[in-house]
Design a protein around this ligand. Structure first.
Ligand code: EPU
Length: 424
């Protein structure tokens, strides 16, 4: 089990290069299985979720290797359509292999991702998209079997916004015959990043980033080179860390245009935020005030993944902060641990009400999930004394060396390994 120990009270200063985006790298890697060639991914973050994706790629027949800062995926050999349960369970987003394997092999056999720490995670929208293109889907004993003798383009209407279902729809449509229109598509920048890679591979996709995506199917895709976009949630987390601790940080290799609602919330809290082409500087000298109500929404709204770190930064802000979580059912699991540190938070259903307190105190806490764990680290930076955060395996899924990043910014943060981790 890895444990992060943070001694609060030091303000942050310095520069940090922000990692490549987890939520772009995972679909990009899955998409590479559809090409019959070699793809090169640069700026791919070193995360356990990426390792889990690489394990799936290797299992289905890709050759994957690292050289310098690049990850190579060679999908030119035969590809198996089956992913065993043990590999699927390592990561919820492995469901993205559904569209990719179906597109490549005409078949995909994998287990259902099931629920996770954020609440139920249905796949009905993913299946609706694939069925619209002619796939037959059978679900039995937790295994999902999708087959299509030949996928045919169609009009996919997504009744509610889903990032993963949009990605699966795009992947399957790329290899379908004829044209596909996806309406109700998620507009997240990670989908535009996926489109950029697919186009470099020879796919005919337009409209990613808007609610309507158009795809003209092609017979074959070649491998391509792609630089993974910057991680807007990691960037939001380190900005929230500086808001919490005080001081001044500069983040580079970021895309401020992807982060507008987060930057606006930090400004409303009293932070000075300056954005350049690939950088963001944040300064916090005085006391923080409440950012006002924060309602999570699909992009371009306030991202659900940034809600926990921002909540942690508002614990000592003057006034009352109301947060309304509209994307996931269980996204307040970090609240009891924050309360244990002295925070005044009432959470019920979709709403959390935070009243600013004068002080937080370090204690032992357990990370409940990836972003909830990050929130504990953000809170710990402004707590008195030492906070011991257990369960950092959750955080390692999405943050590249968080202890190193915080230390580089002047925080007193040390990662320790206790006993042997055996949670697979
Ligand atoms: N949903 C359905 N049916 C479906 C699919 C989704 O009802 O078939 C619901 C979900 O239960 C949820 C909502 O739709 O209530 C949105 O889910 P979405 O499908 O958009 O989420 P996702 O694709 O599973 C990605 C990110 C998440 C991020 C969400 C929302 C990846 C790998 N994951 O998940 O990232 O929170 O979009 O922006 O891209 C994280 O990084 O911490 C994380 C959880």
């Amino acid at each position: 089990m890895s444990v992060l120990k943070i001694t609060g009270g030091r303000s942050l200063s310095g520069s940090l290069r922000v990692q490549g985006a987890k939520n772009s790298a995972l679909p990009l890697l899955a998409a590479s299985v559809m090409t019959e060639g070699l793809s090169v991914f640069r700026n791919c973050p070193h995360l356990t979720d990426v390792e889990a994706t690489v394990a799936i790629l290797r299992h289905v027949g890709c050759r994957v290797y690292e050289e310098g800062d690049a990850l190579y995926v060679d999908a030119s050999g035969p590809i198996s359509p089956e992913v065993p349960d043990a590999l699927m369970r390592r990561m919820r987003s492995s469901v993205i292999f559904l569209g990719a394997l179906l597109g490549r092999c005409g078949e995909a056999v994998l287990s259902l991702p099931g629920g996770c720490e954020l609440g139920p995670r249905p796949v009905d929208l993913h299946l609706l998209a694939l069925r619209t293109l002619g796939a037959e889907v059978e679900v039995s004993g937790g295994r999902l079997c999708c087959r299509a003798a030949g996928l045919k383009g169609g009009h996919i209407v997504l009744p509610s916004v889903s990032v993963g279902a949009t990605e699966n729809a795009v992947l399957a449509a790329v290899r379908a015959t004829g044209s596909t229109v996806i309406t109700g598509a998620a507009r997240e920048p990670e989908i535009a990043d996926l489109q950029e890679y697919l186009r470099a591979c020879g796919a005919l996709v337009t409209g990613a980033g808007s609610g309507v995506i158009r795809v003209q199917g092609v017979k074959k895709l070649r491998g391509a080179e792609k630089r993974v976009m910057p991680d807007r949630i990691a960037a939001a987390t380190y900005l929230a860390a500086c808001a919490s601790a005080g001081g001044r940080v500069r983040l580079y290799d970021v895309c401020p245009a992807h982060m507008v609602p987060v930057l606006q919330a930090l400004e409303r809290m009293g932070c000075g935020v300056t954005a350049g082409e690939n950088l963001i500087a944040l300064e916090r000298r005085g006391a923080l005030r409440s950012p006002g109500p924060i309602i999570t929404r699909p992009y371009p709204g306030f991202p659900t993944d940034a809600q926990p770190p921002l909540m942690a930064a508002s614990l000592k802000a003057d006034g009352v902060t109301v947060m309304i979580e509209t994307i996931f059912e269980s996204r307040y699991r970090h609240v009891p641990a924050l309360r244990g540190m002295g925070a005044d938070i009432r959470a019920a259903g979709k709403t959390a009400v935070i009243r600013g307190v004068d002080a937080l105190h370090g204690t032992e806490v357990l990370a409940s999930d990836l972003r909830g764990g990050a929130a504990l680290a953000v809170a710990a930076l402004s707590a008195e004394g030492e906070t011991v955060i257990r369960g950092m395996e959750h955080v390692d899924r999405g943050y590249e060396d968080m202890a190193g990043a915080l230390s580089a910014l002047g925080a007193e943060a040390v990662l320790e390994h206790e006993g042997d981790a055996d949670d697979g």
